[in-house]
Design a protein around this ligand. Structure first.
Ligand SMILES: Cc1cc2nc3c(=O)[nH]c(=O)nc-3n(C[C@H](O)[C@H](O)[C@H](O)COP(=O)(O)O)c2cc1C
Length: 386
């Protein structure tokens, strides 16, 4: 559901690397590999990650679309090398038929793409599915989102995230402050939670489940500030900003629910407590509250955008669940691959990237412009901020 911007990713988890292309991005945006590296490092953090993140130190190389530090308006292509490929290139991930017989993966993991994937493509080796269905791909989305974040910042728009829940441990902050401050505070917690006390409880919860060979999910919140009124549209289903954001979040591996604003809670609360009264503040017309999470009628209303996303527990378990061998048809237990116990903190950074891509698209759709200066000029002329 992108209208002005396009992006593509390619790459397998243990393949040579990840490729990404961003098309439709304006000229004149100051970019560097260092800026992208900051978000890639944030994605690699978080208590509960497995051994893979110790091997990789993700770095995105900008291979096209940039000259003298500024975007050219042509497609931006990025490349992230998988360091782990060195260990896999001769056999398991060789592009050619390897000399030695490679052990096939035949015991699908419940909750992963394994079984439906082999059945869909007619594969006999689950590795053909798991390599691409792995969340490794999201490293490239974070890199592409980091490019969009620079553009958004130039327009005064900030995106941040924090973790609200890991398993049964929860923390909701009483008020949301400046999003840059919020994000750096979240970055300082090993679980990206804004409370030190709750962070410790979440860490302990992850450790307990890890020691039991189990995994855990949770909820994170993504916020965006500084948005003009009218991004997205009520005029057609695929132009609605909330629908576009929800689809983007659900496209992240293991995300199972998206709330905008008060989300599911509105089922219980009466209308008087679910809608945001319209009030006059000086010369501006504003909302007295923000139950809607910054979106009404599929359009941004100028308030803070609030999106909560629920992640399911990681499917690969050290103490695996029951499964059936797709070759022998014998019952067994699921395949074990090196795995995370909890990836909710990392997922919140991926959510930021997806929101950055969606908001960049919606801004370009509304204001147009081939260069950053043109977009700025169009916004200065027509943008309504509350
Ligand atoms: C940052 C991140 C890391 C993940 N790490 C793992 C992992 O180590 N092991 C695993 O089985 N699943 C992991 N997942 C989840 C799977 O990729 C996901 O459950 C799988 O692709 C099936 O897709 P679905 O859950 O959306 O149905 C991770 C997801 C994210 C967002």
């Amino acid at each position: 559901m992108l209208h002005r911007l396009k992006f593509l990713t390619a790459g397998e988890s243990h393949g040579k690397g990840l490729s990404g292309i961003l098309e439709g991005f304006p000229a004149g945006v100051p970019l560097s590999e260092d800026i992208i590296a900051q978000d890639l490092a944030r994605r690699q953090m978080g208590h509960g990650r497995g051994g893979r993140m110790k091997i990789e130190q993700d770095h995105a190389e900008i291979t096209s679309g940039l000259r003298h530090g500024l975007s050219l308006g042509s497609p931006i292509a990025l490349w992230i090398q998988n360091k782990d490929w060195e260990n896999w290139k001769e056999e398991r991930m060789s592009h050619k038929q390897p000399d030695a017989l490679v052990q096939e993966v035949t015991l699908p993991r419940p909750g992963h793409a394994d079984l439906a994937g082999v059945q869909k493509f007619g594969f006999t080796d689950i590795r053909n599915v798991l390599e691409r269905s792995s969340a490794r791909e999201t490293a490239m989305r974070v890199a592409l989102g980091a490019v969009c974040r620079v553009f958004l910042r130039e327009l005064g728009i900030e995106i941040a995230s924090h973790v609200l829940q890991i398993g049964s441990e929860k923390f909701t902050p009483e008020e949301i402050t400046d999003l840059r401050v919020l994000n750096s505070k979240a970055d300082n917690s090993a679980v990206r939670c804004l409370s030190e006390d709750a962070s410790q409880k979440m860490i302990k919860h992850i450790d307990t489940l890890r020691s039991q060979g189990d995994s855990v999910g949770g909820v994170f919140e993504i916020l965006a500030s500084g948005l003009p009124v009218g991004l997205g549209s009520y005029t057609h289903w695929d132009r609605k900003l909330d629908a576009r954001i929800a689809a983007a979040m659900m496209s992240i591996n293991a995300m199972k629910g998206v709330n905008i604003g008060d989300g599911l809670n509105v089922a219980e609360a009466p209308g008087s407590q679910s809608h945001d009264e319209i009030v006059k503040e000086g010369e501006s017309i504003r909302r007295a509250s923000n139950h809607a999470g910054g979106i009404e009628g599929g359009m941004s209303n100028g308030e803070l955008i609030r999106v909560q996303v629920t992640m399911k527990p990681i499917p690969t378990l050290a103490r695996p669940l029951r499964s059936v061998d797709i070759k022998t048809r014998e019952p067994g237990v699921a395949h074990k691959e090196r795995t995370d116990t909890c990836a909710v903190p990392a997922a919140s950074v991926i959510g930021e990237a997806m929101l950055a891509l969606i908001l960049t698209d919606a801004l370009l759709e509304k204001f147009g412009g081939d260069s950053l200066e043109q977009v700025k000029a169009h916004m200065a002329e027509t943008a309504i901020k509350p």
